[in-house]
Design a protein around this ligand. Structure first.
Ligand SMILES: *Cc1c(COP(=O)(O)O)cnc(C)c1O
Length: 404
């Protein structure tokens, strides 16, 4: 077989057309810098969608991965392994959790969370109590169950019938939840503390506390999807800490592996008991390579100086974005928390978030969109402040060209 250089053209010839990746192909990364096939360099404010929380090729993560790569790769859940047990213990020590289930992606961690919520209600209250309340515009993954719980109808189009018993309330509107919740039927309320894909929309503390109370009153479980907000992203290890609201089940993925696929569902011992032997599983879940990398991620991110550094970097990035937003009239608001920030496009620029991505790439800065109306940033939690400044300079050049 002849060797063909992997190119964007070849992508279109061999891939299912569900993605529309950018024109360049990155081949190498170090810290918050990335280089493409042509040797062009970029500052990365996208972080692989809030995933590479310690930048690219962090020495501690490389050490953890290569160290484990020379020991043991896989056993399946017919055997357990040291990295998985160690990582579960760390997650229990650092959070409300008493029990952990490992998966490979956010969607899969949520799938486990939703199945557990149903199974727990079924076991304790009976089959009638199976309804899940979620929120409009929410995002929970792409499996059929998680896309059905998600609040974006377009992602279900052509894939129906969806699983039954799912309702969508309005985010930050407790009244809309009260109208749907019932002791007889509701098994869980599922919420992102900050809606990521929907446009970096922060939840009000009062709203999230109200959900906790409604769940308690109705014997329903509160599920926090922290796939995007977790692992230091908001300046807390998990966002729930900053709201003073403790969920019953929490899903974590994206940043957990810092770029290696791994996810987890956290819960209490009492609730976990409803996933007894044989009720659920995953071949790769708890894989030693994944757990070794996640261990190094948590050991690093949970350091106080890393978490407090997020607040400092957030302020620098936010004020830079605000200034560019005002100067060029592109943002009505910069919202979010920590290093999950969204520049909300002004009326004139609505629908054009992807144009900013493209313009940014041309000037050497990687940014993200959240929908069509929000420019999203989710850089490394330890991005050097000089890289933030350089990224802002490049972004400003991109905006200057685009708005000319
Ligand atoms: C990205 C994301 C998911 C899905 O994670 P995958 O790893 O793509 O399956 C679920 N929930 C939220 C809040 C996310 O941001």
């Amino acid at each position: 077989m002849t060797q063909q250089v992997p190119s964007r053209e070849l992508f279109d010839q061999v891939m299912v057309p569900n993605y529309a990746p950018g024109a360049i192909i990155p081949v190498r990364g170090e810290g918050s810098r990335v280089w493409d096939q042509e040797g062009r360099e970029y500052v990365d404010l996208a972080g692989g969608i809030a995933v590479t929380c310690l930048g690219h090729c962090h020495p501690e993560l490389v050490k953890a991965l290569t160290g484990q790569a020379n020991k043991l790769w896989h056993l399946s859940n017919v055997m357990t392994n040291e990295p998985a047990i160690r990582l579960a213990k760390t997650l229990c020590d650092l959070t409300f959790a008493e029990r952990v289930f490992f998966a490979n992606s956010g969607g899969e961690a949520n799938e486990a969370a939703f199945k557990l919520a149903r199974r727990y209600a079924w076991e304790h209250f009976g089959p009638e109590k199976h309804e899940i309340i979620s929120f409009k515009n929410s995002f929970h993954g792409r499996t059929l169950f998680t896309v059905s719980v998600g609040g974006q109808q377009k992602y279900l189009e052509g894939f129906e019938p969806a699983p039954a018993g799912i309702h969508h309330a309005d985010y930050n509107d407790l009244g809309s939840v009260k109208a749907l919740v019932s002791k007889e039927k509701t098994c869980a309320v599922v919420v992102e503390p900050i809606q990521g894909e929907a446009g970096v929309m922060p939840g009000d503390a009062e709203f999230l506390r109200g959900l906790r109370q409604l769940c308690d009153e109705n014997n329903a479980l509160l599920v926090f999807d922290e796939v995007q907000t977790g692992v230091g992203r908001t300046g807390h290890l998990y966002a729930y800490e900053s709201y003073g609201v403790v969920p019953d089940i929490l899903s974590t993925a994206k940043g957990l592996g810092g770029g290696f696929p791994v996810a987890a569902m956290l819960t209490t011992a009492k609730i976990a008991a409803s996933l007894g032997i044989g009720t659920h599983g995953s071949t790769y879940g708890g894989n030693p390579l994944a757990c070794s990398v996640a261990q190094a991620v948590l050991d690093t991110v949970s350091r106080p100086e890393v978490l407090s550094g997020v607040a400092k970097r957030s302020e620098r990035l936010r004020s830079g974005m605000q200034q560019i937003g005002e100067q060029y009239g592109i943002f009505s608001e910069v919202r979010g928390a920590g290093l999950l920030l969204g520049g909300v496009l002004t009326e004139k620029w609505l629908g054009r978030s992807k144009d900013f991505l493209k313009a940014g790439l041309e000037e050497g800065v990687m940014i993200l969109a959240a929908g069509n109306d929000v420019v999203r940033l989710a850089p490394s939690l330890i991005i050097p402040e000089s890289d933030i400044d350089e990224a802002l300079r490049r972004f400003e050049r991109a905006v200057e060209k685009l708005t000319k």
